[in-house]
Ligand binder design. Structure first.
Ligand SMILES: [Zn+2]
Length: 365
């Protein structure tokens, strides 16, 4: 139920977490306040108002948590993208006089046609994908918080323009597993789906910071290790980041580890090691997950890529707390932000690096 509470809270329908005297969070219960919040949500969303979180309400809650800029939006005929960010985009297109079909939060053919028309008129690449350039154009055309329809729960895009710091950088993000290879599973949740979601969030944020980003696979693809590294090599990537989750028979195993190429004693990838440290520390600092350190490995994935390559195992699906965290979309957004911060620290000159107070930038070699 923590996920439901988190969703209601992020929509402003429940107050921020109350705590006990010693700072421990109170246990989440489905109390009267929760039921009221759910009823309110159902009412605003035009769902049947019963105060219970059934399948429909749960899906609506999940969709409500996307804001414009969280991810790249495009038309996927197999699994159409749904969410409040799509509603926001459709609204903006309508406000600007483009027919993007019904404002239903589903990125369909009509949304794509409307978006392409807008892109053509404003001198953008008419690729039907709502990425950073399109977002900037949409934003520059004046902010209008409410459209001609009932005010949305999420009133404004939380898209944070981080500036084009990473222009010219090519980054390959590699969500592990895929297709028939689900990786670890916990109930209906698979490692493959979670790391793909994470990779998509990273892709959106890195692209917003100006980087050129490629993912090694889609939802139904399962490239081999060789194909993944060949992909990164062909893309002439500056950086390769592979994403996995872990699991262990012991339910106590938890935390975040990162890996870079090296034998431990012999030559190692200096930049790879540096990025492995940066990304792990950023994730730890922002999520409070357990720090399992960075480790040198000679795995093919790291060895065969011709650019700094890092694999991050971002938590244990087998650990009850790690699992709850990973199932929370906000946590995955936080991890995505952490990755972007790490990439910026890697590529930005040290003097341009904004102090965060979370850690001291290692000396450059
Ligand atoms: Zn894995």
């Amino acid at each position: 139920m923590a996920d439901v509470h988190a969703a209601l809270r992020s929509l402003g329908l429940l107050p921020p977490t109350a705590g006990t005297a010693d700072g421990e969070p109170l246990e989440e219960v489905y109390d009267t306040a929760t039921e009221l919040a759910v009823r309110h949500f159902q009412q605003v969303r035009g769902l049947s108002v019963d105060g219970r979180v059934g399948e429909e309400t749960y899906r609506a809650l999940s969709e409500a948590r996307w804001s414009l800029g969280d991810r790249l939006l495009h038309h996927d005929p197999v699994r159409p993208i749904r969410g409040d960010d799509v509603i926001n985009l459709q609204d903006r297109l309508h406000e600007l006089g483009y027919d993007a079909g019904p404002v239903d939060g589903v990125f369909g053919t009509e949304t794509e046609i409307g978006l392409r028309a807008f892109q053509r008129d404003y001198g953008l690449t008419a690729d039907g994908t709502c990425g950073p350039a399109t977002l900037r154009a949409l934003r520059q055309l004046g902010r209008k918080v409410t459209g001609g329809r009932p005010q949305l729960l999420r009133q404004s895009a939380s898209f944070v323009e981080s500036g084009p710091h990473l222009i010219g950088r090519r980054i390959v993000v590699d969500p592990g597993h895929g297709g028939p290879d689900t990786g670890f599973t916990a109930g209906e949740t698979t490692e493959a789906d979670l790391v793909l979601d994470l990779a998509s969030r990273i892709e959106g944020r890195l692209a917003a910071a100006g980087a050129t980003v490629y993912l090694t696979r889609g939802r139904d693809q399962a490239p081999t290790l060789q194909e993944r590294t060949a992909f990164a090599n062909d893309a002439r990537a500056d950086l390769f980041l592979s994403l996995h989750l872990d699991a262990h028979p012991s339910e106590h195993a938890r935390g975040v580890a990162s890996y870079y190429y090296g034998t431990g004693s012999g030559p190692s990838s200096t930049v790879g090691e540096q990025f492995a440290n940066l990304v792990r520390r950023e994730v730890i600092a922002r999520t409070g997950m357990l720090d399992l350190g960075s480790h040198a490995k000679t795995w093919d994935l790291l060895r065969m890529s011709r650019m700094p390559a890092v694999r991050m195992d971002c938590g244990y699906l087998s650990h009850p707390v790690d699992r709850l965290l990973l199932l929370d979309a906000r946590l995955r957004s936080t991890v995505a932000s952490a990755v972007v911060a790490a990439v910026q620290r890697l590529f930005l000159p040290a003097e341009a690096d904004p102090p965060t107070g979370t850690f001291v930038l290692p000396a450059r070699v």
